[in-house]
Design a protein around this ligand. Sequence first.
Ligand SMILES: C[S@@+](CC[C@H](N)C(=O)[O-])C[C@H]1O[C@@H](n2cnc3c(N)ncnc32)[C@H](O)[C@@H]1O
Length: 225
Amino acid sequence: MENPFERARGLVGGDGPERVRVRPTPSLSHRAILNPYHEPADMSAGRAFFGTGAPVEVEIGFGRPHFLRERLAQAQDRRFLGFEVRRAWCEQVMGFVDREKLDNTRIILSDARPLLLPLLTPGTVSAFYVFFPDPWWKRAHEARRVVSPALLDVMAHLLAPTGAFEIRTDVEAYMERVRAMVDEHGGWTEQPAGIDDLGRTLPLSHREKKCAEAGTPVYRLRVGR
Ligand SMILES: C[S@@+](CC[C@H](N)C(=O)[O-])C[C@H]1O[C@@H](n2cnc3c(N)ncnc32)[C@H](O)[C@@H]1O
């Protein structure tokens, strides 16, 4: 499948190779970090790490990594791939995987979208999580919204038969758009949100904890193929 984000420019994080050339970002160095744009060998290392047959879960935009941290501890049978474009949140992951001696995750400081197809094997992903994506309200910024028909194509291609995509947001209009996009894309079936394929209750993300404290409504959707 051709990567629909291959030539993406001006999106969040930008097109990987282009961004590295134009505005070099110092890469992070840690056993849990993959730097596929700076270290080409990391692409094959990532493919090997996620291609063992163990179920794979992917979180796009983990932010303060509360969900990732709790889920890593909860589901040690799985391998996790986390993407985040802010360095500070990646550094937090480096800290806790060392302290907690975890080796079931790899994270990437970059826009997730162009890297999903090169890194992952079709039919192997148990879950994609997108929690509280930036809404990018302005029409001119619409292309920066993470969830798009192109992302649904990529996820449908990579999901395992029992896999699912789960999204949570406090922006009702964003959820309405995602629901409409999923309906239009076709072939998705709604599942109970907040529960994994083995019936385990999923942790809350940092933003969701804040919403719970403030009494802000959260909209959740989980869909599988
Ligand atoms: C509003 S925050 C939510 C963080 C976290 N998911 C939560 O629920 O607490 C959205 C995060 O997504 C990251 N982000 C946005 N677009 C991204 C992309 N294309 N790839 C990776 N991370 C992205 C942002 O840097 C930000 O940390």
